[in-house]
Design a protein around this ligand. Structure first.
Ligand code: UT7
Length: 315
């Protein structure tokens, strides 16, 4: 069977920067609390008329350009998102059209903050099964469209942005570059992060999610390493969902992965749900923090509660 690998990355962030001091004018909070409890210094917020589709297009265009592939070489587009403006048409079909990708398979996928890792596995399987040659995988979110700007437990965390990767086939005897996924869900805790009604706002039991993430996710990450035939010591980049820097660092400590190998994009990007992993990957690539040909560990987790992890080879 053909293996799959990441060919290129692309990231997009809206122009508007919102600092912790800006939020302190809206709710009873302060810069010191947010930095120490969440690790965020600033985040990006999309313009009123800027949609998940617009951001997905921008990130997708960058990844496609970086891959060197023509739009005609893409025959599947998957957009992981939980914050599209409307449920139909899909973000993916419109983005594909805007990027000049003619008649690809196209669908959106919602596994909340774990969505990108679910989409990566789907892309890898489509290539292995021969149903796609190259796949454009995008995570795009306008989480601020679900934010209640009077709720200090959510408005200080969530933000907007998009990240994308192009996934293509491995050549010849080359081993697959997308390892087996470890995924699952805990629907009994589905009430821990919710949006109620079509026009409602997001609510979360932050402490419960924090406890779950810092206890249950390291074993998931370890199992993803085991299935890929590597150990945490082999991992040159750990790119977990950028939920909260304390969560990210706690999981990394449990895995024994040194801090310099750990994505910390949340500091200036905030929590962008399914966009956070590809955004962090593209930022690490820009910063020269990725080592081509080596294993990186992706770990998504969030509402559902849902999670997914896999080891990928850095392009
Ligand atoms: O990506 C989707 C998954 N979501 C997550 O991963 C979120 C996970 N949870 C978290 O990141 C954290 O639980 C939060 C950032 C939401 C909250 O941080 P925490 O350290 O768990 O705070 P807490 O809820 O235990 O509250 C501690 C104190 C409370 O005051 P008292 O009762 O000790 O007087 C809160 O009222 O901090 C207070 N507090 C705040 N103070 C200033 C809560 N939010 C704020 C705030 N600014 N924004």
């Amino acid at each position: 069977m053909t293996g799959a690998k990441i060919l290129a990355f692309g990231g997009y962030q809206p122009d508007k920067v919102v600092t912790n001091d800006d939020l302190a004018k809206l709710v009873d909070t302060n810069d010191e609390w947010i930095r120490s409890r969440v690790g965020i210094e600033s985040r990006r917020v999309a313009a009123d008329d800027e949609t998940v589709t617009d951001m997905a297009e921008a990130a997708g265009a960058k990844a496609l350009a970086a891959s060197g592939l023509a739009p005609s070489a893409i025959d599947l587009v998957i957009v992981a998102t939980c914050s599209p403006l409307v449920p139909m048409p899909s973000v993916s079909a419109i983005v594909a059209h805007r990027l000049g990708i003619v008649a690809p398979g196209a669908f959106d996928l919602n596994a909340a903050c774990a969505g990108f890792c679910y989409a990566m596995d789907t892309a890898s399987n489509a290539i292995a099964a021969g149903s796609a040659r190259n796949v454009l995988v995008i995570g795009s979110e306008k989480m601020t469209s679900w934010v209640d700007w009077t709720d200090r437990s959510t408005c200080i965390i969530f933000a907007d942005g998009a990240g994308a990767v192009v996934v293509g086939p491995t050549g010849g005897d080359e081993p697959t570059g997308i390892g087996p996924v470890v995924w699952g869900s805990a629907g009994d805790q589905g009430n821990k992060i919710t949006v109620t009604g079509r026009t409602g706002s997001m609510r979360q039991d932050g402490q419960a999610v924090f406890r779950w993430a810092t206890t249950a996710m390291a074993p998931v990450a370890l199992e993803a390493c085991r299935r890929a035939g590597v150990t945490p010591a082999d991992i040159t980049a750990f790119v977990p969902h950028q939920a909260n820097l304390r969560i990210v660092e706690a999981i990394a400590r449990r895995l024994g992965i040194p801090r310099e190998r750990v994505a910390d994009d949340i500091v200036h990007a905030g929590n962008t749900s399914s966009a956070s992993i590809p955004l962090a990957l593209s930022r690490m690539a820009e910063q020269g923090r990725l080592q081509p040909g080596t294993p990186a560990l992706l770990l998504g987790f969030g509402a559902g509660l849902s999670y997914a992890a896999q080891v990928v080879t850095v392009p």
